[in-house]
Design a protein around this ligand. Structure first.
Ligand SMILES: [Zn+2]
Length: 143
């Protein structure tokens, strides 16, 4: 089995933890980085695990769902009521199951795996997603 990884850096977006007792409950942003580890039993005809030049659909997902977005937990009722009263162009809200770094890593794993399967079939899969909140904190999701 071979693996390779691709990193997307400096993606600005915000989130909050609705049940946190400290600063994480405030809406705040980070400059996120995502490292995706791909794995394959069999290489493609070029000898690649995955062709890095053909991952534009992942970059497109990042641009549409993460870049300058606000990721909030589906059960965040305060943000839900706020979002109903504000101008829609002020925030690009993306609702996720859980907006913790862990929850977002899982969200990316699920969506990136689906996109990869659509474009590459079953030959290659994602082994892990490592999500960095700025430079100091990171979470890796590898089911
Ligand atoms: Zn944070």
């Amino acid at each position: 089995m071979l693996s390779c990884s691709k990193t997307y850096k400096d993606i600005p977006f915000s989130h909050r933890q609705p049940f946190h007792s400290g600063n994480c409950s405030k809406i705040h942003g980070h400059n996120w980085s995502i490292t995706i580890e791909f794995t394959a039993q069999k290489l493609d005809k070029n000898g690649f695990v995955v062709d890095f030049g053909k991952l534009k659909y992942l970059k497109q997902f990042i641009n549409e769902k993460l870049d300058h977005s606000c990721l909030f937990s589906k059960d965040d009722n305060k943000v839900k009521s706020l979002s109903e009263s504000i101008h829609k162009d002020l925030f690009k809200i993306i609702w996720v199951e859980n907006s913790s770094c862990e929850g977002i890593a899982k969200y990316l794993y699920t969506n990136f795996s689906n996109l990869l399967r659509e474009h590459e079939g079953d030959r290659v899969s994602i082994r892990s997603i490592c999500l960095h909140e700025d430079e100091k904190n990171a979470v890796c999701y590898c089911p």
